[in-house]
Design a protein around this ligand. Structure first.
Ligand code: HEM
Length: 153
């Protein structure tokens, strides 16, 4: 197209036949909205419980985290927040990369790097939440309540 010509932005996209199969872009668009709604509840619930209830921010220490991870409710809350936010963030970054990176190879490398990083963090975070054991390495600890609690197990 000559540079003096302006593209017809109102031209119907249906001029190009739509590819058959699952429309991943549509599901990605829906995922961003659905996960956004859930993340509002999960993130603000997380902030309220951690920062405002009880002693608030001053109550956050190893025991507080260990206490939360001892409860399946908070384990699932945190894992859901982790999965939804990382997939949401990676998919949002994929949109930005697709919008702004003009080189096809660079775009491909960056989008792959995004999903690999998100997958690695999801795996690591999920393992930490479900395998967390406050008594691991307690023999090197000098914290009285922890030694007492772990020797009682
Ligand atoms: C409070 C919870 C959140 C809500 C309600 C929310 C909502 C949304 C929505 C509706 C979009 C789509 C915007 C569009 O297509 O134009 C979006 C995009 C995005 N979100 Fe979130 N989000 C939340 C949390 C997060 C978190 C925790 C992250 C990071 C891990 C994140 C990273 C992104 C990115 C990178 C984009 C792409 C921005 C763009 O397309 O320009 N969001 N968000």
């Amino acid at each position: 197209m000559a540079l003096t010509q302006t593209p017809d932005l109102a031209a119907p996209r249906s001029a190009q036949p739509r590819k058959k199969g699952a429309n991943l872009e549509k599901w990605g668009w829906i995922y961003m909205r659905a996960s956004g709604v859930l993340l509002v509840v999960l993130i603000f619930g997380h902030l309220f419980v951690n920062l405002m209830l009880g002693e608030g921010i001053h109550g956050i220490d190893f025991a507080f985290v260990a206490g939360k991870f001892a409860s399946p409710f908070w384990q699932w809350w945190d894992v859901l927040m982790l999965w939804l936010a990382l997939i949401h963030g990676a998919n949002g970054m994929r949109t930005i990369v697709n919008d702004y990176v003009t080189g096809a190879t660079t775009r491909k490398v960056l989008v792959w790097a995004l999903w690999i990083a998100a997958g690695f963090l999801i795996l690591l975070g999920t393992l930490v939440v479900f395998t967390f054991d406050p008594c691991l390495g307690v023999e090197n600890s000098t914290t009285d309540w922890l030694i007492e609690m772990c020797s009682a197990r």
